[in-house]
Ligand binder design. Sequence first.
Ligand SMILES: O=c1ccn([C@H]2C[C@H](O)[C@@H](COP(=O)(O)OP(=O)(O)OP(=O)(O)O)O2)c(=O)[nH]1
Length: 169
Amino acid sequence: MPDTSRSTHPDLHDGGRHDGSTVDVLVTLLDDGVQPPSYAHPGDAGADLVTTVDVEIPPQGRVTVPTGVAIALPDGYAAFVHPRSGLAAKHGVTVVNAPGTVDAGYRGEIKVILANTDTSTPVVLRRGDRVAQLVVQKVERARFVTATSLPGSHRGSGGFGSSGGWTPA
Ligand SMILES: O=c1ccn([C@H]2C[C@H](O)[C@@H](COP(=O)(O)OP(=O)(O)OP(=O)(O)O)O2)c(=O)[nH]1
């Protein structure tokens, strides 16, 4: 039986091939000086993203920086823009919407929304600096089924610190 689950329309191609351990992700480079995202070490989960612009983030400020890359993920995948621990530990820089979600259908430039959590020191980032990491993952698409009641569970409806250590105000 032919596989009809994947579109053959060139504009709707899902962008990649996957064999269980690696997945091909089509990348377009929108800036002459930019390389495709790359993993610093074998086994790394995140591929580094760079800023293509110089920016200064004021104390407790935020900026959105372009990365110069656009991708086409296969259907059933998403990519997540995570902070880099080094930038967080050394300078207090994080990703505001961490993890940012890049949908499989998104073809625009990946951007990173950075925040400087330091209360007194601005952070200067230069074109080419690694500012975030992109984690590509398989994701399930849920079918939300309305029910009149939910099956019981050990946790039940307890949340927000119900297991101890924190009491909501
Ligand atoms: O850190 C991020 C997060 C998202 N995106 C891009 C890819 C994503 O597919 C698109 C939309 O993101 P999201 O769905 O999180 O934004 P939204 O505010 O819900 O907007 P929309 O109504 O467009 O879905 O923006 C980025 O470039 N960087």
